[in-house]
Design a protein around this ligand. Sequence first.
Ligand code: NAP
Length: 304
Amino acid sequence: MEIGFLGLGIMGKAMSMNLIKKGFKVTVWNRTLSRCDELVEMGASVGETPAAVVKKCKITIAMVSDPAAALSVVFDKDGVLEEISSGKGYVDMSTVDPETSSKISEAITSKGGSFVEAPVSGSKQPAEAALLVILAAGDKALYEEAIPAFNAMGKKSFYLGPIGNGARMKLVVNMIMGRYAHCSFLATSLNPKMRQYSNLLMSDCHLGAIATPMFKGKGPNMIKSNFSPAFPLKHQQKDMRLALALGDENAVSMPIAAAANEVKKSETPALPISLSSTASHSSFCALITDVTQFEMSSKIRSRT
Ligand SMILES: NC(=O)c1ccc[n+]([C@@H]2O[C@H](COP(=O)([O-])OP(=O)(O)OC[C@H]3O[C@@H](n4cnc5c(N)ncnc54)[C@H](OP(=O)(O)O)[C@@H]3O)[C@@H](O)[C@H]2O)c1
């Protein structure tokens, strides 16, 4: 089956590579076209626009940064909507809010196409290792048709019913992760004098009741101040913001998530200038570590 793939960022690149490795014929498009080169070397074709990809492929997948990008690839000139038609499917795997997903679904189905939202749980490494968890909702027949592609990119896919449920589930998962990340990573920075015990802290966390793959994966890099992005801070903050909107909509009070979101706002004027100008593209761990060190050093300064 020929699959189209729109968006070759950290996640989309790894996911489309796995489709090629598992034998799919893949046609790719990325806003910055040069990012298609590596995929072409692996055997992918390039579509010049999202519309051109949809024209060529029975199923087209998108993996772009946020709601604005997800809407843009569908509704803008040369977008998906220009070529979607009966018999064609569109699968958006980006993390967006339920309203964005519903808008896309209505537009696609009004032209006779079918639509599935399928955000993923798992970051760069699971994407590379085809170990994503896929949270799908929408057209059941398209979901079933896309299962071989989902299996090529992930270890498990769930069908969650009507459009919006996949987006909601993903935002809940990332809200929990964002809160957990904030608390656990504070631990690695709490006191510069404890630095020599950082490895012990890691072992303790891996062996005890709070062990998680996330802490295991990111903790050692934080100790080494290695902040190359797997899940950029700008996306983590976007997910917290969308999860908080979900809380508003359902009148659920989420004070801890709101506090974690505040920390992740990279443009916060209270942050050190060097941090606010670079943080949005870094790993979200960088911000947590730097803010914590900044807060701690401010407190130490104010006490002395
Ligand atoms: N990274 C993770 O760990 C992770 C995990 C789970 C889910 N996600 C979600 O997966 C999605 C992609 O994440 P990522 O980490 O791959 O992001 P990324 O590396 O920042 O890549 C973003 C992609 O979106 C494209 N894009 C941005 N704005 C666009 C626009 N207006 N029109 C068309 N394309 C646009 C970018 O194109 P250019 O190359 O031209 O900039 C790029 O291909 C996000 O929704 C994110 O929340 C990420």
